[in-house]
Design a protein around this ligand. Structure first.
Ligand SMILES: Nc1nc2c(ncn2[C@@H]2O[C@H](COP(=O)(O)OP(=O)(O)OP(=O)(O)O)[C@@H](O)[C@H]2O)c(=O)[nH]1
Ligand SMILES: [Mg+2]
Length: 617
């Protein structure tokens, strides 16, 4: 028999990047009195891992829960809240957590309006039939334009094929930073209107408690203490701590497991409970083996829930054992076996990633949703002590039925000052981008929408930022797979390559300065074939940066003048990944990032370049 669990709501907060999801969760937690009155709470408390705090973005979806009093029903209601990442590269994360909830808050920035990722996440929520509440946030922004934004949101629902009921969405206005909400732009003192909207508009779970147990695993965690933890929603039946369960794999196997430790979410914590029932979002720890998308079921009646589908990866790069002359000095883990183990571990909880073996035992191909997703994996692994080398990211091509080659395209939204439009249009034109719209924004900047092959966007961000003097805003989201666009020429400049191993000297670097921009300073260790800078022309240039000045007996008038060097260009991980060309690799260790030629030997590399040139005629 179906029952309505009126004392429970399960919601996810979804939006484009930076529209204020995590900040709004802060407000909901605070006003539901999750913290002690004297407790110091960090801003965006859910962005709890180091990389999230450093980059100021949410990377992993996270569960929390609050309890509020529902005056109308005269009862306490528990609201499970899932905060999701807004960056397009983590769209896979959003897609699967949407399976846990019955409704969503769709946040939209009051000035920016719906952006590409708003469309992506809303489409997924509507496909699952979820009820949505539109939350127009950042009302305090100077260029907020509520009428326009609301119209655009409505158009988006229609365009995405929302049902009449879905398109009849409630709207709440908020300023997440101050924790205020209102049903009109006149905001009240707190978020009460939003709490009320959640209680009234988001349906409570309607479930069968007497049916056989079914739980869908939508997220995984691992810790040394409790082993594997599976997080997901119980869709049917009841679950008791310690009970036997059956794990149903994607391939239909049935394997015995036990629900040793059972938890539910309360505030930012997880608390151990003796039992849970359909509708609850739970965590089961102490499992032997489990993967995302699998069902945990009643051993007597094991029935699998529909498998979670997430979009395919668009970008790939190789991860291999570090083969540079400096290998093995800075990392804890550097063997092929360790690398393979670590990558398979990642696959367990990162469903939008794929890892393939190659014909070389020391190299793997890792595919993901974009450069950022791969960069986060690289950064996480290096912090764990891994040392390895990666190739330039490339896009994943596909074939249609007729054998025609297809490639992924992105929809790109750009906001930039008027005097930089020319440069941006030219850059995107060269990258086979097609302009879809162009319009003036209310703040005097120019808004443009483009469809660009993903291939053309690899390595574009840094150039875009320099061309717009850091004032341009760009966001991208997967658009479609389409026919292969024509040739897109890659980097227009070559690399400065170290000619011999040693330690870079001021003298050597001073000489190199006339030829390009250096990435290293004096004292840096280099090896033959290591890239230490960017050549100002096409083609690579091998230089000796370890050269010391010849000592002579003659006193030279300049001898004692200190040589001043231009500060080397800082190369962050993202910048290195954008910089890499096909014949280069990035050496990643816990301490350093070094770019190198694939072929280190100067002579051999010269021969290779010659052969390639001849082959191309
Ligand atoms: N002015 C103003 N700024 C806000 C408001 N809400 C959030 N912000 C700011 O917007 C920025 C992004 O906020 P987040 O909460 O990290 O946004 P998010 O949607 O969680 O971002 P991702 O998780 O990375 O997609 C932060 O600098 C917030 O302080 C608001 O109501 N008004
Ligand atoms: Mg966030």
């Amino acid at each position: 028999m179906l029952v309505q669990r009126t004392e429970l709501r399960n919601i996810a907060i979804i939006a484009h990047v930076d529209h204020g999801k995590t900040t709004l969760v802060d407000g909901l937690l605070k006003q539901a009195h999750v913290f002690r009155s004297n407790q110091q709470v960090a801003e965006r408390v859910l962005d709890s891992n180091d990389l999230e705090r450093e980059r100021g973005i949410t990377i992993l979806a996270k569960n929390t829960a609050i309890r509020i009093y529902d005056a109308e029903a005269d009862q306490q209601v528990k609201i499970n809240i899932v905060d999701t990442p807004g960056h397009a590269d983590f769209g896979g994360e959003v897609e699967r957590v949407l399976n846990m909830v019955d409704g969503v808050l769709l946040l939209v920035d009051a000035a920016e309006g719906p952006m590409p990722q708003t469309r992506f996440v809303l489409r997924k929520a509507l496909e699952l039939g979820h009820r949505t509440i539109v939350v127009i946030n950042k009302l305090d922004r100077r260029n907020a334009d509520l009428d326009r934004v609301l119209n655009e949101v409505f158009d988006l629902y229609i365009e995405l094929g929302a049902t009449d009921a879905q398109a009849d969405f409630p709207v709440v206005y908020t300023v997440a930073t101050t924790g205020q909400a209102g049903l009109t732009p006149e905001l009240g003192p707190d978020l009460k209107p939003l709490f009320d909207a959640i209680l009234r508009e988001i349906p409570c779970p309607t479930v069968d408690l007497d049916a056989p147990l079914q739980m869908l695993v939508t997220a995984l965690e691992y810790d040394n203490h409790r082993g594997l933890t599976a997080i997901g929603r119980v869709f049917a039946g009841r679950l008791t701590a310690g009970q036997s369960i059956t794990r149903l794999t994607r391939h239909g196997e049935q394997l015995p497991e036990s629900a040793r430790y059972l938890y539910v979410h309360e505030g930012l914590e997880r608390v151990e409970v003796p039992a849970a029932e359909a509708g609850d979002i739970v965590a089961i720890a102490g499992l032997q083996e489990i993967a995302i998308g699998e069902t945990l079921a009643d051993p007597e009646h094991p029935v699998a829930l529909p498998v979670i589908q997430v979009g395919k990866p668009t970008v790939r790069m190789s991860f291999g054992v570090n083969t540079s002359p400096l290998a093995g000095k800075e990392g804890l883990w550097s063997t092929a076996r360790k690398l393979r183990e670590r990558l398979s571990e990642e696959l367990r909880h990162n469903v939008s990633l794929q890892v393939e073996e190659t014909n070389r035992a020391d190299t793997f191909i890792v595919s993901g949703r974009g450069e950022l997703q791969l960069a986060i994996l690289i950064e996480t692994m290096r912090r764990e002590g891994y040392e390895f080398q990666v190739s330039r990211p490339t896009v994943i091509l596909q074939q249609d039925q007729d054998g025609q080659t297809l490639e992924p395209y992105e929809e790109v939204h750009i906001q930039t000052p008027p005097d930089t439009v020319g440069a941006v249009v030219e850059m995107l034109g060269k990258r086979r981008g097609e302009m879809v719209t162009i319009a003036d924004a209310s703040d005097g900047s120019v808004l443009m929408t483009y469809h660009v092959p993903t291939r053309g966007l690899l390595g574009f961000r840094y150039q875009f930022l320099s061309a717009t003097r850091g004032m341009g805003l760009m966001s991208t989201t997967f658009y479609r797979v389409g026919p292969l666009a024509g040739r897109i020429s890659s980097r227009s400049r070559g690399s400065l390559v170290a000619w011999e191993p040693g330690v870079a000297t001021t003298f050597g670097l001073k000489n190199a300065e006339q030829r390009g921009i250096s990435f290293i300073g004096p004292g840096a260790e280099v090896y033959q074939g290591m890239v230490f800078g960017e050549h100002q022309r096409l083609g690579d240039l091998d230089l000796n940066v370890c050269k010391t000045k010849h000592l002579t007996n003659m006193r030279s008038s300049i001898r004692d003048i200190e040589i001043r060097l231009i500060t080397p260009q800082e190369m962050s991980l993202d910048r290195c990944m954008e910089y890499l060309s096909d014949d280069e690799l990035l050496e990643v260790t816990p301490k350093s990032l070094r770019i190198r030629k694939r072929i280190l030997d100067t002579h051999e590399r010269g021969q290779q370049t010659k052969r390639v040139k001849e082959a191309l005629g």
